[in-house]
Write a protein that binds this ligand. Structure first.
Ligand code: ZN
Length: 273
């Protein structure tokens, strides 16, 4: 059996205090197989230089994070979002990421239905650009607590509906346990996602009880109530054999020694997934 860490990927946001170079040094030293790059991590050096830096490491770039935020009641803003997403695709290509993750957005001034329409229009508008660069797009459904302004796509069922309606080899879905663990239809929708070849990415962390911050209090695997082994089994049964991406936003962990935190991530990954 291959080393389990070959399938482990860490998002740079998880170890936010580290520069991209520090993250690469430490991940490589721990034999972590993949890295997902957040835009803030490459801001200082720019995407081309970041791409060349990453090439020097035995680490695969899994995804670039994040595009999206398509809906707005204002048409000019929607066009701005489309242009911004094309730029994000250019940056993804420069860092040699095969996938751009989309936090799709929502405008509280209109219905979620309306926002979903605009999300689909926005994604369809950037598909030719994605295809020309060879970068795929992943719709990431977000937990309903973010339906106000961050995403009108809140269940895997809605994401499946949209990916099936768009019907492009370039558009699939990122399944994140943090957003989807509570859904009684999850097993069925994961199977549907896999059957349609739309399962592009798998993000892991845990849901802490109580959660003290809506954005930045995600838990380490095993620290909360998400049935990680069960969901991991469904994802693998659905035919997914890509990376398991650790994405933890946590004020608490960012304030600790990142080297120790990375060791904890690896232990938690080995034990709880
Ligand atoms: Zn995610």
């Amino acid at each position: 059996m291959q080393n389990k860490l070959d399938q482990l990927c860490v998002h740079t946001i998880t170890t936010k205090p580290w520069s991209l170079e520090e993250a690469l040094d430490h991940y490589a030293a721990e034999n972590i197989g993949g890295i997902s790059v957040w835009q803030n991590a490459i801001q200082a050096m720019g995407p081309e230089k970041a791409g060349r830096l990453i090439e020097g490491y035995p680490i695969e770039v899994v995804s670039y994070v994040r595009g999206g935020f398509f809906p707005s009641v204002d048409g000019a803003q929607r066009q701005k979002a489309i242009d911004h997403n094309k730029m994000m695709l250019d940056e993804a290509a420069a860092v040699k990421a095969p996938l751009l993750v989309l936090v799709c957005g929502a405008d509280p001034k209109q219905s979620l239905f309306q926002s979903r329409q605009q999300i689909q229009d926005g994604i369809e508008a950037i598909i030719p650009h994605a295809e020309s660069l060879g970068v795929k797009l992943a719709i990431e459904p977000l937990h309903p607590m973010y339906a106000g302004a961050r995403s009108a796509i809140n269940t895997l069922g809605q994401a499946n509906d949209m990916a099936e309606s768009i019907q492009s080899d370039w558009v699939g879905i990122a399944v994140d346990v943090y957003h989807l663990w509570w859904d009684e239809l999850l097993e069925k929708e994961i199977r549907r996602c896999g059957n349609n070849n739309h399962l592009f990415a798998y993000h892991i962390c845990d849901w802490k009880v109580p959660t003290e911050d809506m954005l930045n209090d995600r838990g380490l695997m095993g620290e909360g109530c998400i049935p990680l082994k069960q969901i991991g089994q469904w994802v693998s049964e659905a035919g997914f054999n890509g990376f398991h991406e650790v994405e933890i936003f946590s004020n608490k962990y960012w304030a600790t020694d990142q080297k120790t935190f990375l060791k904890k991530i690896i232990e938690a990954y080995q034990e709880h997934t």
